[in-house]
Design a protein. Structure first.
Length: 168
């Protein structure tokens, strides 16, 4: 019991220390000229904001309408799910798996696929103590934020590899 609590506290302190020191994988992933002018379609929420922020840092110019963009980044799915990781001796959950799944594609102005439908996934596990609900909820929120950033960076890295597309 104490060991699980100490691991949770240590993980939380480590996450807070990393984010407090400003550690973030940023920029330095330049997009090619062909895909810089884009319109983003994504489910409303924190992931869309994180994705747009990382795209902008990578040099993207985000259009306000599909017609004003060379390409359309279509995030068809951005879902979070939580499953039981492990159970204690009484059959109660003492850890959870947090999953973040994203499906996206990149299309040109005519609807042709510049990048085929791609599925990305980030997974984290965290300990759960029913006596410390607020700490567990806070840890889950921080992990979700980290996973959203990780997947957004994966998308930008994948888009940066598109070097042969020339918009019409």
């Amino acid at each position: 019991m104490l060991n699980t609590f100490m691991r949770s506290v240590l993980l939380l302190v480590l996450i807070m220390a990393i984010t407090a020191c400003g550690f973030h994988l940023r920029g330095n992933i330049p997009l090619s000229e062909g895909v810089k002018n884009m319109f983003v379609i994504a489910p409303a929420g924190t992931f869309k904001g994180e994705l747009e922020s990382i795209l902008t840092r990578a040099g993207a110019v985000l259009a306000t309408a599909e017609g004003g963009a060379d390409v359309v980044l279509n995030v068809a799915q951005a879902n979070v799910s939580r499953t039981v990781g492990t159970l204690d001796s009484l059959g109660k959950a003492n850890s959870y798996n947090l999953n973040f799944n994203v499906t996206y594609s990149l299309d040109d102005q005519e609807g042709n696929k510049v990048r085929k439908v791609t599925k990305l996934k980030a997974t984290r596990q965290y300990d759960f103590d029913p006596e410390r609900i607020i700490e567990s909820e806070s840890e889950e929120a921080e992990l979700l934020e980290s996973m959203e950033q990780e997947v957004a960076l994966q998308i930008v890295r994948q888009l940066s590899s598109i070097t042969d597309f020339v918009p019409k």
